[in-house]
Design a protein around this ligand. Sequence first.
Ligand SMILES: [Fe+2]
Length: 219
Amino acid sequence: MNTLAQLAVAILETADPAAKATLARDVAAAWRGGEISEVGTATPPARPARPARPELKRATEVPKRKITRGTAGRGALLHALAHIELNAIDLAADIVARFTHEDLPRGFYDDWMQVADEEAKHYLLLAGRLTDLSAQARIKVACDLPSGVETDTGAMLSSIPDHDLTVAFGALKPAHRLVPAMPRMGRVVLADIGIAIVGTKLYVEMDIEAVQGDSLPVG
Ligand SMILES: [Fe+2]
């Protein structure tokens, strides 16, 4: 049986958000239930694992989203909260794995595994609500690539809903033309963002206003 410290590292090294949250809940239940008996020792990774997309950016470089009263605004708010919960799972798992070389009371690990469990529960509730909202959207639009698609191979790193439209920014990526991802993207159009593209003739002028309205971007 793995030690608690090893399992905390496994949580940190799980990139897929839903898989990370599910593992955190499972480890917390096993710790609570006494199935894991030893804290052990471990060295947490320098950074927690994240999916290949979306690209990680500095906080100041993240595009601003409008929190409006409509469905899209609620989606933007829940999406922002889901990111906070995801980071909170990693913070708790990191504390469990990082402070295993000290002589700390068992209650320290009980408390931080409870935090990891609760943050994972919050994440899964928000992710579930976002999925419900996405299902209600009249038009599902992915920005550049749907979330969970591996850019270079077209592999699906998590379950991906069917989209009506995918707007590729600047250039088509391999995943736009590879299975299993391609059939989930609906119509794929290329939006000119002012960058010269070498090696492709596809260029589509699109009226983005036409697909906004009640739509909720799910990419
Ligand atoms: Fe939370």
